[in-house]
Design a protein around this ligand. Structure first.
Ligand code: MG
Length: 285
């Protein structure tokens, strides 16, 4: 037996926490490609950022950007999974499934409440590239890619706790949610990594004729925004978090996840080692 599909977070899961190191995962990705096991990147990063990483990792669509907000599918003409979509090319509208709220709509909400209440906050849409570099620590080119947003807006809050609460309530009334990340709040629609993963598994033809209950899905992540995805997989792999407060996920004998594995090492070694171990263990079944 082998996994039918692997869904993975990027930062702190495939990529090292501070150094973005990824060399140890390359031979494992090669092995997965040889065995025909698709690896689907499921990240909070933007399309532009993920596209750059897919080239480095030699991966292909489908992939999921902006916390489950957009799903990029392989070119239909070439069939699922094996398709060679030129990543840098514009993705045709039909090859993209949007689960999130369009960025201009999120920005319009933020502008409206700013004008009405004079609250002090800063979204990426308010920042220059230099300011994004300053607040994220990203290099200029990476900051430019991070600013090409489709369905989520990172925000720094410079006002009181009370006004933040009021902002969150107004956002929720508009159908949006405000998710607390490490450094930023994220203003976005009602989507998450699990909803996008399940859409790909059940609606996209990714699994061919197979039903969800007959396939083995492995998911890997390290952060709170990975929790739902890990809890919807057959085998959940938790990578140690950068701040040492790692996720705790329980296995459910009658549901998902059937098995939880805590990687001993951090990314990228932890990713490479654990996936190798899963492949070996499943082979014996
Ligand atoms: Mg992460």
């Amino acid at each position: 037996m082998k996994p039918d599909c692997i869904f993975t977070d990027m930062d702190g899961t495939v990529l090292g926490h501070s150094d973005y190191e990824y060399a140890p995962v390359l031979p494992v990705l090669e092995q997965l490609a040889e065995e025909g096991i698709p690896v689907v990147v499921n990240s909070s990063k933007t399309y532009a950022e993920i596209a750059t990483w897919l080239e480095k990792l030699n991966l292909e669509p489908p992939f999921i950007s902006e916390n489950g907000g957009v799903i990029y599918l392989p070119s239909r003409a070439q069939g699922p999974i094996q398709a060679q979509v030129p990543i840098r090319a514009q993705v045709p509208a039909g090859n993209k499934q949007i689960l999130g709220t369009p960025y201009p709509q999120i920005r319009a909400f933020m502008q409206q409440v700013r004008e009405e209440f004079d609250w002090q906050f800063e979204g990426f849409g308010d920042m220059s590239v230099d300011r994004v570099v300053e607040t994220t620590g990203l290099a200029t080119k990476d900051a430019e890619q991070a600013m090409q947003r489709e369905v989520t807006e990172p925000m720094l809050w410079h006002d009181s706790e009370e006004s933040l609460e009021a902002f969150i309530q107004l956002a929720e009334r508009t159908g949006l949610q405000v998710v607390r990340g490490g450094r930023f709040y994220h203003v976005m629609g009602q989507h998450d990594k699990a909803k996008a993963m399940n859409w790909l598994l059940t609606e996209s033809g990714l699994l061919g004729q197979k039903q969800r209950e007959n396939v083995c899905v492995v998911a890997l992540g390290d952060g709170n925004n990975d929790r739902a995805m890990l809890e919807a997989a057959d085998i959940a792999v938790v990578l140690p978090a950068g701040n040492f407060s790692s996720l705790e996920i329980d296995a459910k004998p009658d549901g998902y996840p059937k098995q939880v594995i805590y990687a001993q090492k951090a990314a990228p070694e932890g990713w490479a080692e654990t996936v190798r171990r899963i492949l070996k263990d499943l082979k014996g079944r």
